[in-house]
Write a protein that binds this ligand. Structure first.
Ligand SMILES: C[S@@+](CC[C@H](N)C(=O)[O-])C[C@H]1O[C@@H](n2cnc3c(N)ncnc32)[C@H](O)[C@@H]1O
Length: 352
């Protein structure tokens, strides 16, 4: 019994076999009152509350406190310049570790911040609001970071009251307009990767619209990215490249602004308006070696630096990452870039 259309309509999620296997036991439990999976499907088609439960059963809530912590540190550093309390939103926060990590990064940077954490899955939101975690949630985290945010609670840890007081939580579906606006940072990491291209586009539009001018959008390296446009630019903070909503329209270096995230139709993307320099591109490819976008950016940076052989090596690394991927908006976007880089490497005398 496939729930594919229901999943996409309700939560923007892309169905696949492993996801359905993962949801199997949860779906069976939901099906009990309806007699069968077919009965559950019928009920979900008729009732939004049942559809929401089915969608929540398909979510992947894997998260941990120190997940790509350097990106949160970079965002917190950028917030220092605000000169007023910062508003941050973890959109798709799962069980909340990311919310507390963002707040911890802000506290370490001396930034007074308030955080909103939202997720589609109400069970995950309840855990987030409880603020109690096992040691597993803290894996790889440096002890001083843990100590700023958590206090021991038997074999577990509990978020300290001064940190907990800065966080609010709620259930929110990213297909709907943002619950609030004017955020200085929105982190939506490892969420859009599960979305269909059309749903990722819709969610991105909501997220960008909820950013304050100059606000930062944090995505994970493997997430689909909205193209850099007049409203969204790449900036380098510390060693990390972040996406920022332009404080005011940028001078038009991009001739014809593309639509924000083209739907499912593959398109040839424009050249990004702010290419990272070689040092930035190297740093990003070092931090995210499996991110094809980072490898393509590095290939272009090598080309600009007159190093076609190195550009060819980065291109091969990007293509190796793209090889096993199914078709999606993001893959089409990356393949189009890869073809452009390949032509440029050949023109420069490299072995593409
Ligand atoms: C893998 S977790 C990511 C958690 C955290 N952001 C991180 O990077 O560690 C993905 C989360 O996205 C949530 N999610 C999936 N679809 C959603 C939707 N349509 N609206 C809001 N949250 C959604 C899931 O419930 C899940 O908790």
């Amino acid at each position: 019994m496939k729930f594919d259309d229901l999943l996409e309509r309700t939560a923007g999620l892309r169905w696949n076999e492993p996801l359905e296997r993962l949801a199997g036991a949860r779906l069976q439990r939901l099906a009990d009152p309806h007699g069968s999976l077919a009965g559950l499907r019928q009920a979900a088609g008729a009732r939004a509350d049942v559809a929401a439960e089915v969608a929540a059963a398909f979510t992947v809530g894997e998260t941990w406190f120190h997940r790509f912590g350097e990106q949160l540190d970079a965002a917190a550093l950028a917030l220092r310049a605000l000169g007023r309390p910062a508003r941050v939103w973890s959109a798709g926060c799962s069980t909340g570790e990311e919310v507390y990590a963002l707040l911890g990064a802000c506290l370490r940077a001396g930034v007074d911040a308030r955080a909103l954490g939202t997720d589609l899955n109400p069970d995950a939101v309840a855990v987030a609001a409880g603020g109690v975690y096992t040691q597993r949630a803290l894996r790889d985290a440096p002890p001083d970071r843990v100590a700023r945010v958590f206090a021991p609670d038997g074999p577990q840890v509990r978020v300290k009251p001064d940190v907990r007081a800065r966080a609010r939580f709620g259930v929110h579906n990213l297909l709907r307009p943002a619950p609030e606006a004017g955020f200085d940072v929105i982190s939506c990491r490892n969420v859009l990767i599960y979305f269909t291209p059309g749903a990722a586009q819709q969610a991105c539009e909501h997220l960008i619209g909820a950013l304050a001018p100059g606000g930062l959008l944090l995505l994970a390296p493997s997430d689909p990215r909205p193209p850099v446009t007049e409203t969204l630019e790449q900036v380098r903070v510390g060693g990390t490249v972040l996406l920022r909503r332009a404080p005011h329209p940028l001078p038009a270096r991009v001739p014809a602004p593309p639509p924000v995230l083209p739907a499912s139709r593959p398109v040839t993307p424009p050249e990004p308006s702010a290419e990272p320099d070689l040092a930035q591109a190297r740093q990003r490819a070092f931090v995210s070696p499996h991110d094809p976008q980072a490898q393509l950016d590095l290939a272009r940076a090598f080309l600009r630096a007159g190093q076609p052989a190195r550009a060819a090596a980065s291109l091969r690394a990007a293509e190796a990452q793209l090889g096993g991927r199914g078709e999606s908006w993001e893959t089409a976007h990356l393949r189009a870039q890869s073809a452009q880089v390949q032509r440029a490497v050949r023109d420069a005398g490299g072995d593409a």
